[in-house]
Design a protein around this ligand. Sequence first.
Ligand SMILES: *Cc1c(COP(=O)(O)O)cnc(C)c1O
Ligand code: SF4
Length: 349
Amino acid sequence: MSITNLEQLSKILTLKEDEKEWRETGPSLSMLISDNVLSVMDKDDPDDPIRREFVPTKYENITSKESIDPLREVEHSKTERLIHRYHNRAALLVTSRCYAYCRHCFRRRFTSNDDGKITKEELDEAAGYLREHTGIKEVLLTGGDMFTLSDEEIDRLLGGLKEAREDIIYRLCTRALFSAPERFTPALMSIIKKHMHGAPFLLMCQFNHPRELNDKAVKAVSAFVDMGIPAFNQAVLLEGVNDDVDTLEELSNKLLYNRIKPYYLFQGDMVDGTAHLRCSLKKGLEIEKELRKRLSGVAMPQYTIDLPEGGGKVILTENYVIGLKDGLWQIKSPFQGKRDYPEKDESAI
Ligand SMILES: *Cc1c(COP(=O)(O)O)cnc(C)c1O
Ligand code: SF4
C-alpha cells in the first residue's frame, strides 16, 4: 500500500520536526511513496538518502530566486502536451501521475495535478504536429510517468504515435522501474513488443542511488533490454542523497553492470522549493572531475545543467582546453601538466 500522507508515514517511522511541518500548499507536489521505495528505505535512519528523495519537508514551502518553470517549458509548448525546445526532438507529456513523487521533481508545476492524462484530442493534436514537423527525429514520452497509464491506454498511445510517425525514435521515460517494478507484466511487455516496428524504442531510467537498483528494479529493466531496447540512466545530483564520489561511482558501475548506460547526471534545476536538495555547482564540478578519473568512458555520465530561463542543456566538465597560442593548442593533461597540439596548417598540405 502506497503512503499518501504524514499520518500513514508516522506509523512506520518516527517523523522528524522538518517533516511534520511540511504543508501541501500552492503549486506543490503531493506526497506519494510506493511499496518498492519503502522497501529500500532505512526507516531507522533519519538521514536516509531514499527518505530524503521521497519524504517532504518544510523546506519545500520556502522559495527564493527560484521559479516554477525554470526551463520555460510552457513557453516552448507547441500543442497542449508537446514541448518542442530543440529542433530535432520534442517531449510529450502523457500524464501528470507517477507511482511515487520525487521531492526534487523539476516539473512540479504539472506533476501530481489532477488533470493528468492526455486526451484523445490532445494526442491527435500532438500527432498532427509530428506529421508536419519531419525535422523531429526523437520524442520523449514523459510526464509524469507514462507507465501509470493502463495497458489499453499505452497501446492506444503507442499505436497513435506510430501511425503518425513510424520513423521517430520514442524514448520511454520512466521512474516506475524503481517506484513500481511490478507494473512491467508480461502483458504490458507484449504490448510494447507489438509496437516495435520502425525506429527503435529507448528506455530512459532515473536511478539516483545504488540502493534503488534492487532485484525487482533490475528484473524490470532486463525485460526491456532482453527485448532489444537499450537502457539509459538520467540521475539527478542531490544533496544528502548522492553528492559524493563513492556513491556515484557505485551507482554508475552498478548501472553498467545491469546493462544501463549512465547518460546524464543533472545539476538540480532552479525549481521552487527544491533548494535543500540542490548540490552546489562548485562541489558538482569537483565530483565530476574525480568521477572521470575513477570511471571508464562508458560508465561516465555527462554532468549537465539545464540553464534557467529556458537557456537549454549544457554539459559541464573541467575545462581542459587552455587556448590557442602561436598555432599551438594548449591542453591540460588529466594526468599532469599540459601538452601542445598543433592547429592544422592548411597551407602545408
Ligand atoms: C532534455 C530535453 C530533451 C532531450 O535532450 P537530450 O539532450 O537529447 O537528452 C528534449 N526536449 C526537451 C524539452 C528537453 O528538456
Ligand atoms: S518520477 Fe519524474 S515526473 Fe515523477 S515525480 Fe519523479 S522526477 Fe517528477
